[in-house]
Design a binder for this molecule. Structure first.
Ligand SMILES: O=C[C@H](O)COP(=O)(O)O
Length: 250
C-alpha cells in the first residue's frame, strides 16, 4: 500500500499563555514554512486559537482545539462548542485519556463529541488507548475495540484521524515499541474497516502518541499502519518539535 501523508500534531495541553503560544508558534512557523510534505497541526489552549489563526493565515500549518462540548449552544457554563470552533480550527482532539481520567469522559460522551465535531466539519483526532494495568493483563485489543466501536457508533463515515495513545506511555519516557504500536494501529484500521468499509480503512490516518521525540519518530512512521504522531511534551520546545517534523519530511 502506498504510504499516506505523514501527520504530526502537537498537543500543548494546559501550557502556554497567549504571549508564550504566539512566540512558540512563530518559532515553529519560521522553521517549518517551507515543509509541505508533512501535515502539521498545532493544538494550543483555546485562548490562543484566534491569534494563531491570524498568524497561520496563508501558511500550511493547521490548528486544532484540545476539546469540544457536544451541544452547539446554551446553558453549559464554561464549555466551548464545535459551532464556536469551526471557523477557528480544522481539527479537534477528542477522547484524550487525560479528559477521560480527570473529567470522567465516557465512551458515550466521546461519541457525542465526535458526532458534533464531524457535523460541523471539524476533523476529530480521536484518541484511544489502554492503561498500564490493562496492558499488563493483555486487554489492549479488547479496550481498543470497545473504545472504537462505542465512540464511532451511529456516525456515518467520519472524516477523522485516530490516535493510539497507550496511557502508560504518555509523558513517561516509556514509549511503546514501534512494533507494538503498529500492531495496535493495524487493529484500529481493521476495526474501522469493519465499521465503515475497507476503502475507508485504507485512507484512515492512524497516529501514535506517547513519549514521541526526534529520536524515535522515524521508526514509528516507517511502519505500515502508522501515519504520524500526536506529540505532547516534545511539542513545547520549538527545536524538538521542528526536529520531529524534519525527521519525517521528504
Ligand atoms: O497528546 C499527546 C500525548 O498525550 C502524548 O504526550 P507525550 O508526548 O508528552 O507523551
Amino acid at each position: 500500500m502506498e504510504k499516506r501523508k505523514i501527520v504530526i500534531a502537537a498537543n500543548w495541553k494546559m501550557n502556554t499563555n497567549l504571549d508564550e503560544a504566539v512566540e512558540l508558534a512563530s518559532e515553529m512557523l519560521f522553521e517549518l514554512s517551507e515543509i509541505d510534505s508533512v501535515e502539521t497541526i498545532l493544538c494550543p489552549p483555546f485562548i490562543s486559537l484566534q491569534k494563531l489563526k491570524e498568524l497561520f493565515t496563508d501558511t500550511r500549518i493547521k490548528l486544532g482545539a484540545q476539546n469540544v462540548f457536544y451541544e452547539e449552544k446554551g446553558a453549559f457554563t464554561g464549555e466551548i462548542s464545535a459551532l464556536m470552533l469551526h471557523d477557528l480550527c480544522q481539527y479537534v482532539i477528542i477522547g484524550h485519556s487525560e479528559r477521560r481520567q480527570y473529567f470522567c469522559e465516557t465512551d458515550e460522551i466521546v461519541q457525542k463529541k465526535l458526532a458534533s465535531a464531524v457535523n460541523l466539519g471539524i476533523k476529530p483526532i480521536f484518541c484511544v488507548g489502554e492503561n498500564l494495568e490493562q496492558y499488563q493483563s493483555e486487554q489492549t485489543e479488547e479496550v481498543i475495540i470497545t473504545q472504537l466501536t462505542r465512540g464511532l457508533s451511529g456516525l456515518k463515515l467520519p472524516d477523522i484521524l485516530i490516535a493510539y495513545e497507550p496511557i502508560w506511555a504518555i509523558g513517561t519516557g516509556q514509549a511503546a515499541s514501534a512494533v507494538e504500536a503498529n500492531e495496535v494501529a493495524s487493529l484500529i484500521r481493521r476495526t474501522f474497516g469493519e465499521l465503515f468499509g475497507l476503502d475507508a480503512a485504507g485512507v484512515l490516518p492512524v497516529l501514535y502518541g506517547g513519549s514521541v521525540n526526534a529520536d524515535n519518530i522515524a521508526e514509528y512512521v516507517s511502519k505500515t499502519d502508522i501515519d504520524g504522531a500526536l506529540v505532547g511534551g516534545a511539542s513545547l520546545k520549538s527545536s524538538q518539535f521542528v526536529s520531529i517534523i524534519k525527521r519525517v519530511a521528504l
